[in-house]
Design a protein around this ligand. Sequence first.
Ligand code: ARG
Length: 576
Amino acid sequence: MACLFRRAIAEQVSQVLGLPPEKIVPRIHAVPVHRKKESPDFQLYVNSMPEGNIDTACHKENAQKLASKLATNSVISEIGTGRGCVTFKINRDLLTKTVLKKITQDGSLYGINSELLSNTPKGLTVVEYSSPNIAKKFHVGHLRSTIIGNFIANLKEALGFKVIRMNYLGDWGFQFGLVGAGFSKYGCEEKLKANPLQHLFEVYVKVSAASEKDEDMKQSAQDFMLRLENGNPQALSLWTHFRDLSIEEYAKVYNRLGVQFDEYSGESFYKEKANDVLKLLKNKGILKTTGDGKGVVDLSEQGDLSAYSVVMRSDGTSLYITRDLAAAIDRMERYAFNEMIYVTDKSQQTHFEHLFKILEILGKEQVGNCQHVKFGRVQGMHTRKGDVIFLEDVLDEARSRMLQNMANSKTSKTTEDPSDTAEKVGIAALIVQDLKGPLVNDYRFYWDQALQSYGDTGVFLQYTHARLHSLLNLWDTREKEEFDANCLQDPSVTSTLRHLLRYDEVIHKTLKELQPRYLVSYLMGLSHLANVAHHSIHVKGSSPDVAHARLLFFNNIRVVLASGMRLLGITPVDKM
Ligand code: ARG
């Protein structure tokens, strides 16, 4: 596919410039398909070339000079120039055969096993995402973290990285003092078992309110927290009970979303180790004390505390960042990871900057491989119950709205389990809405917009996938690899094949920048092209050879679409 063509181009260029082909291959780009304009298949920018026998001062002239030294052959049918670049057109017959054969052979690995990606160093990646706080709201920020983190983990895993998916729960803090102290008064074991997340939150809200007015309540919450901190067995056993039931339910809801974790870690794991961190900072002379008794680390250039991070309260207890320091050091030792990625909203940017800086001061070299992937806020996401408090409510809302839309739609097919289909399509809508823009942008969420069946939505991707899948019923049992390329000369086919040439480059860019929007927009483009082709070339009523070649073409689009959707975290539906 693209690689073979890039190779053929690179070999020629290599002879002219005296550079090894491997240096040239990554600089040859498949040209995006324009709906109206005819364009070449590949381009090579002269100014992007590293060194070699070409004087890059005047790109235009150089592009022409380079082009004049290259010759067409059985692979390259046309050579031309554009602004600062040499352009190439591939022999049409070969394009059709090669791309379709490659997808048929590689299936869901198409594009992923490309030469472009094979040089990426792949090691152990820890991706930490979702990380909600037990007994508190699961807010939209946690939903975004879940969707984005899952996407990053999927992408890396597909490309051959070993990935550890980690959930770092907010499972320690004053909310446990409150629910621990108030559970006997406001809690109910049956309700807790039936719906732990909801019930714990209810108790939390009630005790919180009570402790505002009632000093005794406040005192007993503080006492409970102290007992927890001191390792009182009864207090700890209640806390463990809350934590275990919560994780069990989280796992169920994550499962609906197609999300799994290898590890449920949490702040509670590091309550003691955080004290070790404080000792370490003290021993190294890094811990400074402020006038009011707080422990801080100086982060200023000048060493004048003009910038600092608080790592210890005046009563000597640790903070969120102290636990994060302990957690990072622990993971460095335990996993010897090649990279660690934290996914949270951008309000935590300073937190992570401080965290990384302190790790650096501590001489932890692996901090160079730690990264904070930050994202913007979502406004306006409500469910029938109001503001988002539980992930489950968002998923229920997406499903019920989608079910309604499907019931109102004339084109909906009867599916065996409409509710399951609606869930998968609804979730696709949430995911695409979340991943289609630059991650750091804020956006406003509208259910109607996210659930539209046309436009750049997850519903559109699912529709396209289902439509392509339905064609498979027409396929006979003949050998799937053989087909007659002459049956695939329609311009709509060529455009689609050219778009398919770009898949590996898009994955490459998505990986490099960790920005899913490139992949989302690629899949939207693929779906549009598939729909145009579906209107232009028919399967029903065509001769067996023509029908076969076209079915193979449509199935290959479906395979690539499905594999891209899976990377995003979407489960493609076969019917809707
Ligand atoms: N529980 C935190 C919150 O809800 C997010 C944790 C992010 N991860 C971390 N290592 N600090 O804000």
